[in-house]
Design a protein around this ligand. Structure first.
Ligand code: SAH
Ligand code: SF4
Ligand code: F3S
Length: 458
């Protein structure tokens, strides 16, 4: 598709559109969506990506509304873009993503200088929307959950970065009581197996060696396979693992209730499936899990972990936690600390409960006082940081395979990831980016490792 912008007809000519700045918040699916928006704007308008909003003819924000803080950030950045637009009235500002989906009308009211508000399911229409805005000098809002597949309307995926992201399913039917995602992303929908395989193949053909399969509850994937049967996520993993050129396979995010025996088995069977699993549990208290509508118990979660470790003894584990959920008692919180110790997570992402409009939990009082939430968050962070530090220390002396991602901040140094997703810094050359090298770990820090490149004599 190539859009010829003949919008100046009869009016003063419009400035040509040359440059795009895009700012991405939130999860990896937003990163994936942003990369698809870039593909789309390049193929329709021939836009070039720029590094600062000041240089851009179009500014797009891809937003996240999972917690209140993330949402506030959108409005503070918009304030800065408004100043740019005062100087350059032709600038087009678009707000997409999950905040747009949920708060579209509020954005239009609070920030009238925003030209287009679009949801996660409508971004394939961006070129048309921008064309109409310029032609008719109007503002647009497109936040319906379209029935049609946006994926059928996007150009071929290209991506910066060494890891190829591929959305395999989107949306969520779980309705955990605290979470906006089922409202912002809509109902669960999986892409056909053949489409997923094609997209993986094109990323591999473009030189990527790692693929990361994405979905809000990725392991709930269920779609038609090439044989006409319904395939589950385990079947998809085995098929992707077989693609020539693939060296590393990952997936995120999983829900405990969809963690089938077949997926756990895959960690033993598939050498390309990397030994790392992010499996959010949110709380270690059965009472809180029930209030959250998570549909599983603490015991069930521990069973999954035990089975998984039976298949992959060295797998690194990470999880998400919410403290201060309405009704969480001191004992409930102790149960969370206890679960964390029992599993010994390598990494954890800890959040204070943040009431979100439209969710079930928002109907009840946000009853845990802020000071208590703070105290619990600090206690959980202290414990999980200690676990991360210990887990990092255990890497010293090991020689690990590192997929080199980019130059690190320190001069002359590169950084990359181990199979279990740890960041490693080492002295090396930029030509190593995108390749796997061996590094012997010499030092461990809170969140990363340092090591020496193993020089292999030819
Ligand atoms: N799809 C993933 C993650 C969704 S959002 C899953 O099902 O697990 C990422 C994390 O944000 C969640 O795991 C949860 O820990 C946190 N989160 C979501 N809503 C929140 C809220 N209202 N307050 C605080 N943290 C929240
Ligand atoms: Fe949100 Fe729960 Fe769905 Fe995850 S499973 S996206 S936490 S509703
Ligand atoms: Fe945020 Fe939407 Fe992802 S709310 S976490 S950007 S699905």
């Amino acid at each position: 598709m190539k859009i010829i912008d003949a919008s100046s007809h009869g009016k003063q000519p419009l400035k040509s559109l040359d440059t795009l700045y895009i700012k991405t918040f939130g999860c990896q699916m937003n990163e994936y969506d942003s990369s698809r928006m870039i593909d789309l704007m390049k193929s329709s308008y021939g836009l070039r990506l720029v590094a600062t909003p000041e240089e851009a003819d179009i500014i797009l924000m891809n937003t996240c509304s999972v917690r209140e803080k993330a949402e506030e950030k959108v409005f503070s950045d918009l304030g800065r873009y408004r100043l740019i637009k005062e100087k350059r009235p032709d600038l087009i500002i678009g707000v997409g993503g999950c905040v747009a989906q949920q708060e579209g009308a509020r954005i239009q009211a609070r920030a009238p200088y925003v030209d287009v508000v679009f949801g996660p399911q409508t971004y394939h229409r961006l070129p048309e929307m921008i064309h109409e805005i310029r032609r008719d000098r109007v503002r647009k809002m497109e936040i319906e959950m379209l029935e049609i597949e946006k994926f059928d309307h996007l150009p071929q995926a290209t991506q910066a970065g060494v890891s190829g992201l591929v959305t395999v399913m989107e949306g969520c039917d779980k309705f955990c009581t605290f979470c906006v995602v089922p409202f912002t992303r809509g109902a669960e929908i999986s892409r056909p197996v053949v489409d997923v395989l094609h997209e993986c193949q094109s990323l591999l053909a473009a030189g990527k060696i790692e693929i990361n399969l994405l979905g809000q509850t990725v392991n709930a994937y269920r779609a038609e396979g090439p044989d006409g049967e319904m395939w589950d996520f385990a079947a998809l993993l085995y098929a992707v693992a077989d693609l020539p050129g693939l060296v590393r396979l990952r997936f995120t995010t999983s829900h405990p209730m969809d963690m089938s025996p077949g997926i756990l088995q895959a960690f033993e069977d598939l050498p390309v499936l990397m030994p790392y699993l992010h499996l959010p549990v949110q709380s270690g208290s059965n009472q809180v899990l029930k209030l959250m509508h998570r549909n599983h118990t603490r015991e069930h979660y521990l069973e999954i972990i035990e089975t998984l470790r039976g298949h992959a003894p060295d797998i690194a584990l990470s999880s998400d936690f919410i403290v201060g959920y309405p009704g969480e008692s001191d004992q409930d919180f102790e149960d969370t600390l206890d679960l964390v110790r029992q599993v010994g997570f390598d990494t954890a992402f800890c959040f204070k409960y943040s009431p979100r409009p439209g969710t079930a939990a928002n109907q009840v009082e946000d009853s845990v006082p802020e000071a208590v939430k703070d105290r619990r968050l600090q206690a959980l962070l202290a414990l999980t940081r200690e676990l991360t530090r210990d887990s990092m220390q255990r890497q010293i002396g090991k020689t690990v395979a590192v997929l080199v991602e980019r130059a690190s901040k320190a001069e002359g140094e590169m950084q990359g990831r181990t199979p279990d997703l740890r960041i490693v810094h080492f002295v090396g050359q930029p030509r190593l980016i995108g390749h796997i090298v061996e590094v012997t770990v010499t030092e461990a820090y809170g969140q990363s490792l340092r090591g020496d490149l193993v020089i292999i004599d030819a």
